[in-house]
Design a protein around this ligand. Structure first.
Ligand code: NDP
Ligand code: KPL
Length: 301
């Protein structure tokens, strides 16, 4: 059975393209919403997929938006301008958190948290790491939606988790514990233990646990450290997404990771010094980089 509404995948990014081709393989009706009319062919696994594309949301749809954290607000501002948005379902996926998510996201909007890894290589999308995903909301009140089956068939395994808050905080913690250090030390994930003192790592996690508790989510520092350590081992050869963004001179998501922890802690009335420092160090690297020569991705070890 295919879904009643057509799918509208936002952009031709790595995860969006991966989802688009997998939904198409399941005979789902898939369109892309691009910034401009243009190439709508995506190659995957030796096959070429052709998609109808628009620059607007023309009809009520199941919107799948895997975008960078800094693209969420502009995307929502844009979607709100389309009449069809009110009748559409929005499934979002991005690393980190926004300070004022409730202002931008509707209570019924879905989050898709994933450990799949993908990247674009020209017209090709490469499924670099097979992982798993979770679907739910930040209110935890919704029933499992009808489109769950289509999404689960397209890119399994997909777990239903009505309340996705803990999962999102855990993912935030893992990214805060790994990503900035890979940029500061220009290293692969597996090399982090050589560079990061255990007490410092613990301090990053403790600051996150304190903030999460303030926001009503219970986490345990030791669990976060164990999970991050496992991810470091499982993804030892990876360059984190933040390191790749840095090396390719793309904006980084630091403001939505350690920067979010620092700013939200300050708003709550205390400082989170380790996350604050990491955020400042990464941000200063990115501003230095724009005034010096471009880093060469091939030279990074
Ligand atoms: N790739 C991966 O393996 C993983 C990624 N993540 C996280 O998931 C999120 C998405 O990652 P990824 O797929 O790599 O990101 P990409 O940058 O590859 O993809 C985002 C896509 O969305 C497009 N886009 C954003 N806003 C709009 C808009 N308003 N209209 C049309 N297109 C739009 C972008 O277009 P444009 O390029 O023109 O801006 C781009 O094509 C990030 O937060 C990332 O950290 C998490 C786990 C794994
Ligand atoms: C889990 C991890 C750290 C894998 O590299 C990741 O999500 C990222 O790079 O953003």
């Amino acid at each position: 059975m295919t879904s009643k509404l057509p799918w509208c995948v936002i952009g031709q990014g790595a995860l969006g393209s991966l989802m688009a081709v997998h939904l198409a393989q399941q005979n789902e009706q898939v369109q892309l919403k691009l910034r401009r009319t243009g190439s709508t062919e995506i190659r995957f696994d030796g096959q070429t997929f052709r998609f109808q594309s628009n620059v607007q949301l023309l009809q009520p749809s199941l919107i799948f938006a895997a975008v960078k954290a800094y693209q969420v607000v502009p995307l929502i501002e844009e979607l709100r301008r389309y009449e069809a948005f009110a009748e559409s379902t929005l499934i979002l996926s991005y690393n980190g958190m926004l300070a004022n998510e409730e202002e931008w996201l509707r209570p019924q909007d879905w989050h898709w948290v994933t450990t799949h890894g993908a990247y674009r290589d020209g017209a090709e999308v490469v499924h670099g790491g097979h992982g798993q995903s979770w679907l739910g909301t930040m209110t935890g009140t919704a029933e499992k939606p009808e489109f769950f089956t289509a999404l689960a068939r397209a890119l399994p395994p997909l777990h239903w988790q009505a309340d996705l808050r803990v999962r999102r905080w855990q993912k935030l913690a893992i990214n805060c514990l790994i990503n900035p250090y890979t940029v500061l030390h220009r290293c692969r994930n597996g090399e982090l233990p050589q560079h990061v003192a255990p007490a410092e790592w613990r301090s990053v996690a403790e600051e996150i646990v304190r903030l999460a508790a303030y926001q009503g989510v219970t986490l345990a520092t030791d669990d976060l450290l164990t999970q991050a350590q496992q991810v470091v081992e499982q993804t030892a050869r990876n360059r984190s997404s933040m390191l790749q963004d840095y090396l390719h001179q793309r904006p980084m998501e630091i403001a939505y990771l350690n920067g979010f922890v620092a700013a939200a802690s300050a708003a709550a009335g205390w400082i989170a010094p380790t996350n604050q420092r990491l955020s400042e160090q990464v941000q200063s690297l990115s501003s230095m980089k724009s005034t010096t020569s471009k880093p060469n991705p091939d030279n990074a070890e």
